[in-house]
Ligand binder design. Sequence first.
Ligand code: UDP
Length: 606
Amino acid sequence: MVPHHCPAPPCAHRLTRNPGAGCGRMNIAAVFNALLVSILAAVLWKHVRLREHASTLEEELALSRQAQAFPQATVDYQAALQTLLEEGTRMVCTGRTHTDRVCRFRELCYSVEAEEFIFFHSNASLMLPNLGPRRFQPALLDLSSVEDHNTQYFNFVELPTSALRSLPAPLFMPEVVLIANRFNPDNLMHIFHDDLLPMFYTMQQFPDLDQEARLVFMEGWGPGLHFDLYQLLSHKVPLVREQLKSLGSLLCFSQAYVGLSKVTTWYQYGFVQPQGPKANILVSGDEIRRFTRFFTERLNASGPGGRGPAGEEYIVVFSRTLNRLILNEAELLLALAQEFQMKTVTVSLEDHAFSDVVRLVSNASMLVSMHGAQLVTALFLPRGAVVVELFPYAVNPDHYTPYKTLANLPNMDLRYVAWQNTKQENTVTYPDRPWDQGGIAHLDRAEQERILQSREVPRHLCCRNPEWLFRIYQDTKVDVPSLLRAIRGVVRANLGLGGQKRANGLYPSKVRGAKCQASVQGAAEARLSVSWQIPWNLRFLKVREVKYEVWIQEQGENAYTPYILTLQNHTFAENIKPFTTYLVWIRCIFGKSLLGPFADVLVCST
Ligand code: UDP
């Protein structure tokens, strides 16, 4: 198969740089341009960079201490070597294709020199699935949670155990490790969606990936600005690929899980088709909240947020301070406070510790923000809260929906509002910035002109579309009346979290004891009397509305007639013919939409 993806992990909005480089924070000159208020920007920038530098140094120090402290002393070296020589590598995987595969290995080795994983063959080694050459078509598995991205594939090199004689002495890593790629560890949306949630749920899937397991990141980036978030997943500090070098030249992981579960991801970034929700979303708000509860606790961010002693409700405006600015933030804050009679506060990733952001967001009634990665913090909103996403001029909200999709996950119980700037006079463009911050000066004149005239960015693939970058990095003066109208359109009743009704969301089981009796009334008339008992689980639940759906199908016909009934028996006379065989299907429905399974079909002959 011909590789069809970009050569490096991308940002949601633009192709990223070399591994290890920062996202959106590297070019100081550009940031000066971007902010115009250059002195303020310089101070801010310095602050961010210093923080980044300090935290990276600290992390590296901690990591090298960690690496040195690798518990070789606890390994019976001779026994470990003997096991490797005799048994070789053993691998058993889940998943039918490379995109849904996670593999468990015993004695998986890694050559630092070759930068390859090694599968050692012995008489006792095990490789399941044994794919033969299909292991390279295109790979054994995806190392990140982003589906089928050709920079994220995992494979191993095969060697006989006899080769160990000519290789450096292995260093045995006795802990259980989870080996994976972070997709774009500079961008908060990617961090949560592609890495933290999938890692958390991969760890839930395999019991030995407990809090003593260690994460090993192989994508090749440095620890990154948000490394502290990854550290919350287990008690051990994760290792990044670079660090493996300092451990030894041949590393052998006694127990390694490789790959990430994709079960929690809800968005595809547009590598093969324009970005949008994943086709088959398998996660609900319940699992999201299970993760955020764990995470909030680890972050030490449980608490009253900005609420006063009386549990006062409030609105959070999430601001970006480097680019994609809201130009009239003060006016916006005042208007929201007045309209909803609530305290309104601002946060930004630059000015607040992430734990404070989470504490604030997790008690907020409304989160208002420009489109951008910071909106992934909507994960932490309480049920019933409102997410308001602002889009710059010419950016169609329907085409970029990672946060809308998140807010609308089943049981997420968030209300979502999109607002777009439709007034060109309220936008500020930056044609002279570098291309990756939306500049278009490098394009030919005609193309620049076309982009400047265009009123909507046409749908496009990830990640370098200059028109998209140009428009998404505009600053916006928010037209407050139109924004309030948009919010009012969704928040009809009072804003506020109190009194949220929660459907229990549990599905009925099968109806039981279904029977049918047929009778013939005359040459052209017959009846079917059908009865059943309530589903077994109903007596344990408080369900206000219980209905039954009965389908009657003449044997041999494709069509059937459906009926919705409230009682547990019914006699059907309409369209029932004598001397005919009918199939009767019955299922229970809770509320409006919780459809249970059909009971075993009844066969009734009149
Ligand atoms: N970012 C930020 N403040 C800014 C601009 C960006 O905190 O003023 C963060 C943003 O939340 C994300 C990262 O920097 O985590 C990269 O931002 P970028 O604009 O590249 O991506 P986007 O937010 O559009 O996904």
